[in-house]
Write a new protein. Structure first.
Length: 134
C-alpha cells in the first residue's frame, strides 16, 4: 500500500509540474521527426492563405503553412477546434507573423505537422507572447 501511495504521489507531482510548463519556442529548422508528439511553440509567417475544408456546412479541418527562412511546416486543426477557429475569426491571414503552439505529428509521408490543440494556440508574433500550454 505504501508503495502504491508513493507511486501515485510521484505521478501526481510530475503531472502538476508538467501542467504549468510553457512549451519551448523553437525555430522551424530545429524541428525533427524524433520530436513526434512533442508539444512546442513555433514562430513564423503564414505563407499562404489558410485553407478551410468543409463538408455539408461543417468545418472538417483548417490548415495553413507556417514558414521562416529555413523551413516550412503545416499547422492544422480538426473539429470541433477547426470550427471554433473559423467562427471566432482566429485564423491568421497570409503574411501574418504568428506563434503557434501545438503537438508535432509525424504523418505516413514522413512530414511533420503541428496539430493545434486549443483555440488560443495562435498569437501574433509581434507581441512576443507565447500561446498558453495545451
Amino acid at each position: 500500500r505504501v508503495a502504491m501511495a508513493l507511486a501515485f504521489g510521484g505521478l501526481l507531482i510530475i503531472w502538476l509540474a508538467a501542467r504549468g510548463r510553457t512549451p519551448p519556442m523553437l525555430p522551424l529548422a530545429a524541428v525533427t521527426p524524433a520530436m513526434h508528439h512533442a508539444v512546442v511553440t513555433l514562430r513564423g509567417e503564414v505563407s499562404r492563405q489558410p485553407r478551410i475544408h468543409r463538408t455539408a456546412g461543417r468545418t472538417d479541418y483548417v490548415s495553413f503553412p507556417l514558414s521562416d527562412s529555413s523551413n516550412s511546416i503545416y499547422a492544422y486543426a480538426y473539429p470541433p477546434l477547426a470550427g471554433q477557429l473559423v467562427n471566432a475569426g482566429h485564423l491568421p491571414e497570409r503574411g501574418a507573423r504568428v506563434s503557434a503552439t501545438g503537438t508535432l505529428t509525424l504523418h505516413d509521408s514522413g512530414t511533420l505537422r503541428l496539430r493545434l490543440d486549443r483555440a488560443d494556440a495562435i498569437c501574433p508574433a509581434a507581441d512576443n507572447t507565447t500561446p498558453p500550454a495545451p
